[in-house]
Design a protein around this ligand. Structure first.
Ligand SMILES: Cc1cc2nc3c(=O)[nH]c(=O)nc-3n(C[C@H](O)[C@H](O)[C@H](O)COP(=O)(O)O)c2cc1C
Length: 469
């Protein structure tokens, strides 16, 4: 079990997945340029970076912590969550399932008193916050765990939402309107109160990953990280502000006035474009704390490929069994990183009844953060969704545009999509690339796909191997 960011960095270093940059590097653009290079060299297996000598600061900066797919698999394989899922999906009893079920009941985070070794800082200017891309509106805190408590109950939400630095004690609060933190701000507006918010920068990998996971609103992310970790999360009391991980490197405490909005952006986003300036809430910071010897954690996104692609793939793999169990039609689902995880969703089904492709499309568009998806394509289960060649072949041979393409207007969309004429409100494209049946009104014979009998292929394969090429 990894107890904090420092142990995480040592863990990465032992596996030769950490590159220490000892030369002086500016937080303005140069940290991004280095991280970008690391990602360009290797997609699924890029190194994490630790910048020891950030110009103008005594605080090191870590980026690309989750850029290596093996890191995620090693951290979470054999976790209780893994066992829970396997048991729930297969219905088979596994001894680990007992432990996992106990863990689920027992995953409530432990809260202890505030630590006394934290140093109080007076300004965000003391933190090595990078300016990520040249056209960004300013410096951005890109990997904060933003914690809020529902003003209408006690439910805690944790989300990773970027914070644009406006001045020494004020930032933007870029929570999209459907996200947990924004829902708490709406509740505060209804109740006529301010919303106290805390943000932790840098923690153990389980807490950091849970902040990104699209979890149901009634599941506390710190309980979930307890399941991933295989041990309860340890939180710290935080005065009138929501509790934060006891292993936070930095803590920002403040409030959001639900009536106040300010222009946020542009910011070089994971779409590969600068997201357009929009109105978002404002985070007024009352207190800033730093753990002695703290490391500042940051994430770089931009035109694919970056660590968000590796994280997104991992989250999809983890949640796929859940998605499949919610809709038995769905055989497989794939969100290509180049489709930004929000724009393009490929689904396969084994069609048993007319219109089943539509059923799969509607369920994708009605499910949590998948509802942001702009283009949904459905294929038969003989198509490997990760094989672009097969996907293009099915699109070319199983789609009749007049019948198989629908555009749904006036739907929710990703606020980062600059193509929709109104922010967060756009259209959907549905493409049914499954083989059509008579009971779906297809008037002609559906031709057989060409395949060779296995016995013939086996025989020829053997001869082929023996031949000299
Ligand atoms: C590096 C990184 C930055 C992110 N920045 C934002 C952001 O600025 N705004 C946002 O709404 N979601 C952002 N996300 C996605 C959210 O963290 C994710 O949707 C999460 O599930 C939100 O938590 P919630 O469901 O509790 O709201 C980011 C994800 C990553 C990996």
């Amino acid at each position: 079990m990894i107890r904090d960011l420092h142990e995480f960095l040592s863990w990465l270093e032992k596996r030769k997945r950490l590159l220490r940059v000892k030369s002086p590097v500016s937080p303005e653009l140069e940290i991004t340029a280095f991280t970008d290079l690391a990602n360009r060299h290797s997609r699924y297996a890029s190194k994490s970076l630790l910048f020891d000598a950030v110009k103008g600061y005594d605080i090191p900066v870590a980026t690309n912590l989750f850029g290596h797919a093996e890191t995620l698999h090693e951290l979470f394989k054999g976790s209780d969550f893994d066992a829970l899922l396997a048991g729930a999906i297969s219905g088979k009893f596994d001894i680990r399932l007992l432990g996992a079920a106990k863990m689920l009941l027992d995953s409530k985070p432990k809260v202890r008193g505030r630590r006394h070794d934290y140093v109080r800082l007076s300004s965000l200017d003391e933190l090595p916050i990078p300016k990520v891309w040249p056209g960004d509106a300013g410096r951005y805190i890109t990997f904060p765990l933003v914690v809020s408590r529902s003003p209408q109950g006690s439910q805690i939400n944790v989300g990773v939402y970027r914070l644009q630095v406006y001045d020494s004690n004020t930032t933007g609060m870029h929570w999209q309107s459907q996200k947990g933190g924004a829902i708490h701000a709406d509740e505060a507006l209804e109740k006529g109160t301010m919303l106290n918010v805390s943000a932790a920068i840098g923690s153990d990998p389980y807490n950091m990953l849970s902040g990104i996971m699209p979890l149901p609103p009634n599941l506390n992310e710190f309980s979930f990280s307890g399941i991933l970790r295989g041990g309860r999360s340890l939180l710290m009391e935080n005065g009138k502000y929501p509790p934060v991980p006891a292993n936070s490197e930095f803590i920002l405490n403040g409030y959001v006035d639900p009536n106040e909005k300010r222009v946020e952006g542009p910011f070089g986003d994971h779409t590969g474009y600068y997201s357009l300036p929009e109105s978002y809430h404002v985070f007024h910071i009352d207190e800033i704390y730093m753990r002695p010897g703290a490391v500042y954690a940051s994430s770089v996104v931009g035109k694919p490929w970056h660590e968000d692609a590796v994280i997104g793939m991992f989250i999809l793999d983890y949640l796929k069994p859940f998605i499949k169990s919610l809709n038995s039609s769905i055989r497989d689902i794939y969100l290509p990183p180049e489709g930004l995880f929000n724009s393009l969703c490929l689904v396969s089904i084994k069609k048993r009844f007319p219109g089943e492709a539509k059923k799969a499309m509607f369920s994708v568009l009605g499910l949590g953060q998948l509802s942001f998806t702009k283009i949904v394509m459905v294929f038969d289960d003989d198509i490997d969704l990760k094989d672009t060649g097969q996907v293009l072949w099915a699109l070319s041979t199983r789609v009749e545009p007049e019948h198989d393409i629908e555009v749904i207007r006036h739907a929710t969309s990703d606020s980062l999509d600059h193509m929709s004429a109104i922010t967060s409100y756009g259209s959907k494209l549905l493409i049914d690339a499954t083989k059509k049946r008579r009971d779906e009104g297809f008037p002609r014979e559906w031709p057989d796909t060409i395949t060779m009998p296995k016995a013939v292929m086996d025989k020829v394969n053997k001869l082929w191997v023996r031949m000299k090429h």
